[in-house]
Design a protein around this ligand. Structure first.
Ligand SMILES: [Zn+2]
Length: 64
């Protein structure tokens, strides 16, 4: 599965861990910017798509 295959509500792992110790995020909005939510603490982060592509490590779980 390539990195470009991510979609809404997929769970992804980022290269850098969140300070809360969690490293699983849910994609909750997709557009020019991508909004992800930390599964551990619920914090929302908005990243430009290019930056997201660079920081995302892998898709953990596809939303089917
Ligand atoms: Zn967190």
């Amino acid at each position: 599965m390539s990195q470009g295959d991510y979609g809404l509500h997929d769970h992804v792992e980022m290269k850098k861990k969140h300070p809360c110790g969690n490293n699983e995020w849910e994609i909750i909005r997709m557009g020019a910017d991508i909004r992800i939510k930390c599964i551990g603490c619920g914090q929302l982060v908005l990243l430009p798509r290019r930056q997201f592509n660079k920081k995302m490590k892998r898709i953990i779980q596809k939303n089917d």
